[in-house]
Design a protein around this ligand. Structure first.
Ligand code: FAD
Length: 412
């Protein structure tokens, strides 16, 4: 299978990787990479971490310098795709005109779920999704004395850690009962909760936000659903995302919490693939249902699978999901998916903030969360990629060592 014209909607992690891999693997046809964000394509994770702190330059954020696009003949088009016409295999651009494709890849990602509460349009209320968002927030960060973070997910807590390190008084308001509740075990939540509190963060769990009040158009007070009032200078929210499916849905592609794709990452139209945050796919590691994952690994590995298919190497997508988050001096790395976990075994030293939580489902290892234990994370990725035979009973035994066990039980 070979296509002369590949068009990619979205130049984030997945879109960029697809273009780069196609060229790396020798694809000779035309590649049009359409971005509705200004500037050169960049990495998103530093936006709530090092970039926000001024520790990473604009240049270091880029996937590749401008010369890459010229040398590799990847045509970067700054525009927004407004419609897909599947019968004629064309897309429409906001600036007018259109482009035709042999194969179209939708890598349009997701946008922040908006804060739908009174006062969310006041000045001083920020979401962090794009470089533009971080560029608005970074210059004022040092002067903020008191702020609230709405949502104790990965991004909210990364930001909370940065703000606390700069001396701000930080309040985190969270509907759930613990940090990162939907993504990690109670044991790991507890470690992160304790660390944030040591950095000066105050959590308000089981609590929503009912109102933001302002003075002279600028946010100055937050009222929680429990009636607490918090005076502040700034609010940052991270309450989840909405996949950018509209153009796909309007063109008649199947959608349901993302664009539905099969194990080959094809949509309901064989001329169109989708990947990354916008795609809902059958994951080998979550056999019960399809899933939409929001991670760099997922976007990048799906891009590689699609590039291979475009070049004739057709294989299902089977990569193990993994994630990371950096908060203060804590690096959490997660291998696998913990959905359905019914038993955990914790290894390591809580007092040193170095633990790995092994998550089991009906006696089978499904996920390993490692804090400040990069070695365990790498071992976990190996173990989870095969039928390991590791049970909770084995892991609970005195002196159990994950690395040693993996080595001793490695298949020949
Ligand atoms: P994106 O990278 O979001 O790219 C999609 C692009 O498509 C965007 O530029 C969008 O504007 C554009 N687009 C949308 N619609 C159109 C259209 N109609 N026409 C043209 N362009 C369009 N993941 C991790 O694994 N680890 C982390 O530590 C981590 N930290 C993060 C921190 C922040 C602040 C954020 C926002 C995300 C973080 N993520 C992290 C998640 C990770 O960045 C995403 O999972 C990843 O970027 C998804 O890649 P993608 O290509 O699917 O979408």
């Amino acid at each position: 299978m070979s296509f002369k014209k590949v068009v990619i909607i979205g130049a984030g992690h997945g879109g960029f990787q697809l273009a780069a891999t196609l060229r790396q693997k020798g694809y000779q046809g035309s590649i049009k990479l359409i971005s509705d964000e200004p500037g050169l394509p960049y990495q998103r994770p530093p936006l709530s971490k090092t970039y926000l702190q001024g520790k990473l330059s604009d240049h270091a954020m880029l996937f590749r310098p401008a010369s890459f696009y010229e040398t590799e003949k990847v045509e970067l088009i700054h525009d927004s795709v407004t419609a897909i016409h599947r019968e004629s295999k064309t897309i429409e651009l906001r600036s007018g005109g259109g482009l035709n494709y042999d194969h179209l890849v939708i890598a349009s990602g997701a946008r922040n779920r908006p804060l739908n509460i009174p006062g969310s349009d006041l000045q001083g209320v920020y979401g962090i999704k794009t470089r533009n968002d971080a560029d608005l927030l970074a210059p004022i960060l040092g002067s903020i004395k008191k702020l609230a973070v709405i949502g104790a997910g990965f991004i909210g807590l990364e930001f909370a850690a940065v703000a606390a390190s700069l001396g701000a008084e930080v309040h985190v308001i969270e509907l759930g009962e613990r940090p990162m509740q939907r993504a990690i075990s109670a044991e790991m939540s507890e470690l992160f909760c304790r660390a944030h509190e040591q950095w000066g963060v105050t959590f308000h769990f089981n609590s929503g936000v009912s109102l933001l009040e302002g003075e002279a158009g600028k946010v100055s007070r937050l009222l929680t659903s429990k009636g607490e009032a918090i005076d502040l200078d700034c609010v940052v929210y991270g309450i989840g995302v909405i996949p950018n499916i509209e153009i796909a849905a309007n063109s008649g592609l199947k959608v349901n919490n993302g664009i539905i794709i099969d194990q080959y990452l094809l949509t309901s139209d064989p001329n169109i693939s989708a990947l990354g945050d916008v795609a809902n796919f059958p994951c080998r590691y979550f056999a019960e249902q399809t899933i939409r994952l929001e991670s760099v690994q997922n976007a990048v590995d799906q891009a590689r699978t699609i590039a291979a298919r475009i070049l004739g190497d057709i294989a299902p997508y089977t990569a193990l999901p993994w994630f990371w988050t950096d908060q203060g001096n804590l690096k959490l790395q997660i291998a696998g998916l913990s959905i359905g976990c019914d038993e955990t075994v914790t290894l390591g030293s809580d007092s040193e903030n170095k633990i790995s939580v092994l998550c089991f489902k009906q006696g089978t290892l499904i996920c390993v969360e490692s804090c400040n234990l990069a070695g365990d994370h790498m071992v976990a990725r190996k173990l989870l990629s095969r039928v390991s035979g590791l049970t909770p009973e084995i892991a609970k035994a005195a002196g159990f060592n994950l690395k040693k066990w993996e080595l001793e039980n490695r298949p020949n």
